[in-house]
Design a protein. Structure first.
Length: 321
């Protein structure tokens, strides 16, 4: 199976219904890296006269911090990054995820898996495959049955097992990223059958984000390059579920002193939005990281600066054309 997805053409007029989104996880406040993603997605929506939505990705409830969602919203407000609809929460979308899960089951492409991470690691090691640190392990297909079939609802509801989607042989995905160009991933060899529902009953990010984007009519996804490796999996699921594929644009990551991606897990510092001056300074740093130069650097309001940044984005190579 080879699936090629072309970049959307001329999607920038209001009539085309541009809809973008910023989708942080409420595991802590915004840091410099997440502000880059927020600003880039906001500027792209505004430059294309589109809608910008805020989605709180709280599907992984054990990792969520109470109140972090409100803190993120306050930081975005302080930076002048306002959204166009009420914020949505993944934790409230279980019915949609369950329905999509059932549709995939009807296609006879799901199966239960009892493998632990250690089991997968040991199996790969026996095959001579060693996964570098911070990289996902390729699933070797240990639990995949020789014949796939739809499961009864009571079996599908078994929360003690993870449920994976079976990939077709030679499952290659190709798409065009707005700034990185043609991207290609062989899902069969580079990822393997991946989990859609965990053994604790929670649906995974891969399924939730695909369903959410479809439900919200998202046409353009502007996000960090740390999520680039997920895109092929999401395009595959979009194809399986009959959804449209959005245009993708992955932004350069902000790295720490060790050359690693800033993240809440590594205790990245929160951006400072205690005053307009502080928030504007954070926005200026994010804009420089995005390659936007010659923006106002004297006395200016956040609204005036964002207007100038939007104009700069519109004429920059980052625009949708």
């Amino acid at each position: 199976m080879i699936l090629a997805v072309s970049k959307l053409k001329n999607p920038s007029s209001p009539a085309d219904g541009y809809r973008g989104r910023f989708a942080p996880s409420p595991t802590g406040p915004l840091h410099a890296g997440s502000l880059v993603a927020a600003l880039g997605s906001w500027l792209d929506a505004r430059a294309n006269e589109g809608q910008w939505l805020l989605r709180i990705e709280d599907i992984d409830t054990p990792r969520c911090i109470p109140g972090a969602d409100l803190q993120i919203q306050a930081q975005l407000h302080a930076c002048g990054l306002f959204w166009d609809e009420e914020p949505s929460y993944q934790s409230r979308g279980q019915e949609h995820y369950q329905a999509a899960f059932g549709r995939l089951n009807a296609l006879a492409c799901l199966y239960a898996c009892t493998c632990s991470r250690q089991t997968i690691s040991n199996t790969l090691a026996a095959m001579g495959i060693h996964t570098p640190r911070n990289q996902e392990m390729i699933y070797p297909g240990t639990c995949r049955p020789s014949q796939l079939m739809p499961y009864a609802k009571d079996l599908l509801a078994d929360s003690k097992k993870a449920w994976r989607i079976a990939l077709p042989e030679n499952c290659q995905i190709q798409f065009e990223d707005l700034s990185l160009g043609i991207q290609h991933q062989d899902l069969s060899r580079e990822v393997g059958d991946f989990v859609l529902r965990r053994n604790d009953g929670l649906f995974t990010y891969q399924l939730a984000v695909v369903v959410d984007d479809a439900e919200q009519g998202i046409t353009h996804i502007v996000r960090g390059q740390d999520l680039l490796n997920n895109t092929a999996r999401q395009i595959f699921l979009q194809n399986q579920l009959g959804y449209s594929t959005p245009s993708y644009h992955h932004l350069p990551l902000v790295l720490d002193a060790n050359g690693e991606k800033l993240s809440k897990q590594t205790l990245a510092s929160s951006i400072n939005t205690e005053s307009d001056q502080s928030a504007l300074a954070e926005l200026r740093k994010a804009a420089i990281h995005l390659g936007l130069r010659d923006l106002p650097d004297g006395d200016t309001t956040i609204a005036e600066w964002l207007l100038a940044a939007t104009k700069a984005w519109k004429i920059n190579t980052f625009k949708c054309d």
